[in-house]
Design a protein around this ligand. Sequence first.
Ligand SMILES: Nc1ncnc2c1ncn2[C@@H]1O[C@H](COP(=O)(O)OP(=O)(O)OP(=O)(O)O)[C@@H](O)[C@H]1O
Ligand SMILES: [Mg+2]
Length: 256
Amino acid sequence: MAARKIVITSGKGGVGKTTVTAGLGYALAAAGFGVILVDADVGLNNLDVALGVEDRKLYDFSDILESRCRPGQALIRCGERDLFVLSSGAETPAMTAQAFRGVIESLATSCDFIFIDCPAGIENGFHRAVSAADEAVVVTNPAVSAIRDADKVLSLLTGYTLSSVGIAINRINGGKVLSGEMMSAADIARLLRRPTLGIIPEDAEILLGKTPAHNGRSEADEAFGAFADNIASRRARPYDYLSAHRGFRGFFRRRA
Ligand SMILES: Nc1ncnc2c1ncn2[C@@H]1O[C@H](COP(=O)(O)OP(=O)(O)OP(=O)(O)O)[C@@H](O)[C@H]1O
Ligand SMILES: [Mg+2]
């Protein structure tokens, strides 16, 4: 078994790469897959923080590269499922794109999916993360500046050997889309001309720092479930983020 290696990237920073990596990881692990989440944001390591396991870290990516541990020893298990995170650690001269790719390859025999959480920007860290992957998901939010930067990154990705490139639209607000204040997911997909794998609504729980897909009950949990289904089955069936805002439910929601 060789895991699918998928990089989660974006043009603009702060649009939700780490949130998407964590949410997808939980949803795929809940569906029974073995998942490793790799933090490629070297020097910042916020993925273990987003998953609430930073206190349990013994080793990180730089320890592997400097031979202080084996790759498997640096994995932190998140909960009961087969979900693991590998923290990024500090930038070291040993952290070359080739060495990074080598560690990812060595982990690929032990799980179904490896998600690589890309740092912001398009410099060294971006190149390192993307060149270790064979598929990519570009995250954007509905702001014009984020969409424009996502488009630039999509062009950059054509320079890499990737078997599939899709998009994820984060922080969409169905009520605002229906009232014409926010661009719809379909409009964004038309601009970016790539399959929409995930649509995640704006969710106050996420903003408070809670990772979704814990109990499957919130709208974001549902959206990550649909996103995970699309990834696992290699299709792009859009999540209906507007249904909660239409009809009876939507009427009360809009009045609330
Ligand atoms: N769907 C959402 N609803 C509400 N808040 C969200 C959502 N997605 C992300 N956020 C919030 O937005 C902020 C940035 O998210 P996140 O850290 O995932 O972005 P990022 O792209 O990884 O950032 P960076 O480029 O710095 O790595 C966080 O405070 C997060 O809680
Ligand atoms: Mg991040």
